[in-house]
Design a protein around this ligand. Structure first.
Ligand code: C2E
Ligand code: CA
Ligand code: CA
Length: 590
């Protein structure tokens, strides 16, 4: 064991040289300043470019690096080791433990990776007196490693591509049958947990064979691509559209609650091909037949649902193409009613088939008309006058309520202005309003445009919003209601007592009136509980400084009960049913 550095220098270098000269690894010993005390042949030849193993003694790494750089000034990256080696010596000394490094730099202009072990060593009193080190050229290993990584990456990419090809249709890039069935299986599992329905649409183009035969496969392919693009735009984010081959497409619809959810999508899909396709300057009319099956109603595994949707599609073909059919006939009927109604309503909106009726609102003490509620009816060409409960729920589900309410508002406000211009006194006009309307960005603009012909008219306009709709999203509605209120329009809460009003919200909302729901009025005289509810609402209105009106008043006793308890505003068949504008005009003239 060496006890001092000079022991090592004087006694052991020759012995060490003898032992290490044939080893491929670089070996060395340095003092605390990084000065070589010993360096074997491998490091002398491979890194330091020293003449022999004697030359490094008394010199450091930087010396040799500088000498190399000086000799090859024209090659700026000839030798970049030197400082690197010196720095890691210091790290080992500072940490006072053996450490492993991976260092790389240029030697003779070529990149070299070194795996280096360095450790401090001590004298007999335990003081650090230098470092020993061993280094191995791992450049070749590194190269193999990076090459390997590169090929693995290429392989990964190829595998991904193969997987994609195995799961997708090459013409349309849509998922193919394999992926479709896999996804359907997943959808079913999810639906089981979430207690939802999954719908499978089997779509087959009508007469596609004819196109292929008469116009050629090239055009046929373009048709398929166009159709797939059109269908894709009708899908929701969570739906899967796939191509099974030929002219067959399949759709998975997740998160379905009932037939209502599906009907809209059917209409959307069928409408997507309403316009003809223009392909290579040819105008092609394409239609499709759709078969629909539902989990869990028509099967609880992917294959069964798929088979049943296919069977339903054949039924759609049989019933004349360009149509759809559910596997379950009962569903077909239900959905057909809805789809028929929805389609008819869209037409009716375009054709202006909606008319407004007016029902008087009276001050019962003075027996005087103080206003009226506008109530929409559908003047259907064959069905006659359709009451709103037949179509308002559908309009609310589909969003058609927004244009519908605007038609009613426009008609009724125009009529109101006319009555005032004619010198009549219709009082306040109450308009029913779906909360959806309040969420429309341009609603305030719309209503302003209706009243700006006559600014003062706004104080004769009242909007009725049902309690349940309002309480479902009060925060969202507050700002819009406030703007309406600022315009001078008053706000009434309809069907009051049936929702769950929070008193806190009642105070914060800019409302002027509560409308006691008909269901309480119906039995208030005979059922003490309903009577008590009516009285409570009247008192609540009084204490919050709100007007109170009762709707659905049919009998004298009901009117008297209300008046006795402080509610003088009354609407109901007792005074009048809703009547058309002409009749209302006559009534006002009297
Ligand atoms: P609502 O706002 O609660 O309207 C009151 C309903 O009660 C009206 O039915 C009215 O004709 C009926 N009614 C009034 N007095 C009596 C009575 O004494 N006895 C009985 N049995 N019924 C009476 P209508 O016109 O069928 O309207 C039904 C619902 O449709 C309305 O309920 C309202 O929620 C909705 N609605 C009507 N027109 C519109 C509209 O333009 N827009 C919106 N969003 N909803 C509307
Ligand atoms: Ca109403
Ligand atoms: Ca009501």
């Amino acid at each position: 064991m060496p006890f001092t550095l000079s022991d090592l220098k004087e006694n052991n270098s020759d012995l060490l040289n003898l032992l290490t000269q044939h080893l491929p690894d670089m070996l060395w010993v340095k003092d605390l300043n990084g000065i070589y005390i010993y360096a074997n042949k491998t490091i002398c030849d491979g890194l330091l470019m020293a003449k022999d193993t004697k030359e490094p003694i008394g010199k450091g790494d930087v010396f040799f690096a500088l000498r190399e750089r000086e000799a090859h000034k024209d090659k700026p990256n000839w030798h970049t080791f030197g400082e690197l080696c010196f720095n890691s010596d210091q790290v080992v000394i500072d940490n006072d433990k053996a450490m492993k490094f991976e260092e790389y730099g240029n030697v003779k202009g070529e990149l070299m990776y070194l795996e280096v072990y360095k450790a401090p060593f001590y004298d007999k009193d335990g003081n650090t007196i230098g470092t020993v080190g061993a280094g191995r050229d791992i450049t070749k290993l590194k190269k193999i490693q990076t090459d390997l990584e590169k090929s693995l990456k290429t392989l990964d990419k190829q595998r991904e591509q193969l997987e994609y090809q195995a799961n997708h249709d090459s013409l349309t890039s849509l998922p193919n049958r394999i992926l479709f069935l896999d996804r359907l299986g997943q959808s079913i599992e999810l639906a089981k947990i979430e207690k939802k329905n999954v719908a499978v649409f089997f779509i087959d183009l009508d007469n596609f064979k004819k196109i292929n035969d008469s116009l050629g496969h090239n055009i046929g392919d373009k048709v398929l691509v166009e159709v797939s693009k059109k269908l894709k735009t009708k899908m929701r984010r969570s739906d899967t559209l796939s191509r099974l081959g030929g002219d067959e497409f399949c759709v998975i619809l997740n998160n379905i609650d009932g037939v209502e959810d599906i009907s809209d999508i059917i209409i959307n899909i069928m409408n997507s091909l309403e316009e003809p396709l223009i392909i290579d300057k040819k105008t092609l009319y394409i239609s499709m037949s759709i078969g629909i099956s539902l989990y869990p109603n028509d099967g609880d595994d992917a294959n069964t649902l798929f088979k049943n949707a296919d069977a339903a599609m054949y039924r759609a073909k049989e019933s004349g193409r360009n149509t759809y059919s559910f596997y379950d006939e009962e569903m077909s009927k239900k959905s057909l009613e809805r789809v028929t109604l929805e389609t008819a309503m869209r037409e009716a909106l375009k054709k202006d088939e909606f008319v407004v009726y007016y029902q008087p609102q009276m001050d019962a003490r003075e027996n005087k008309l103080v206003g009226m509620e506008a109530l929409v009816r559908w003047q259907h060409p064959t069905l006659g006058l359709v009451p709103p409960n037949k179509f308002i729920p559908l309009a609310e589900d589909t969003g058609m309520i927004v244009p519908l309410d605007r038609i009613v508002m426009k008609q009724a406000i125009t009529q109101l202005l006319k009555w005032y211009e004619d010198g009549l006194n219709p009082g306040k006009l109450a308009l029913n309003l779906a909360v959806k309307q309040l969420e429309e960005n341009d609603f305030i603009e719309f209503i302003s445009s209706l009243i700006n012909t006559n600014e003062s008219i706004s104080r004769y306009i009242e909007l009725e919003i049902t309690e349940s709709q309002l309480m479902n999203n009060p925060d969202k509605s507050i700002a819009t209601l406030q703007k309406l209120s600022d315009l001078g329009i008053s706000i009434a809460i309809d069907d009051f007592g049936t929702g769950y009003s929070s008193l806190a919200y009642l105070r914060r909302l800019p409302i002027n009136k509560l409308k006691i729901d008909k269901s309480f009025v119906d039995y208030m005289v005979v059922d003490p509980e309903d009577g008590a509810i009516c009285k409570t609402i009247i008192n609540l209105g009084n204490s919050l400084n709100l007007k109170v009106i009762a709707e659905g008043v049919e009998k004298k006793e009901q009117k008297e009960f209300l008046v006795e308890n402080g509610c003088n505003f009354i609407q109901g068949y007792f005074y009048s049913r809703p009547i058309p504008a002409s009749e209302m005009g006559e009534l006002l003239s009297k």
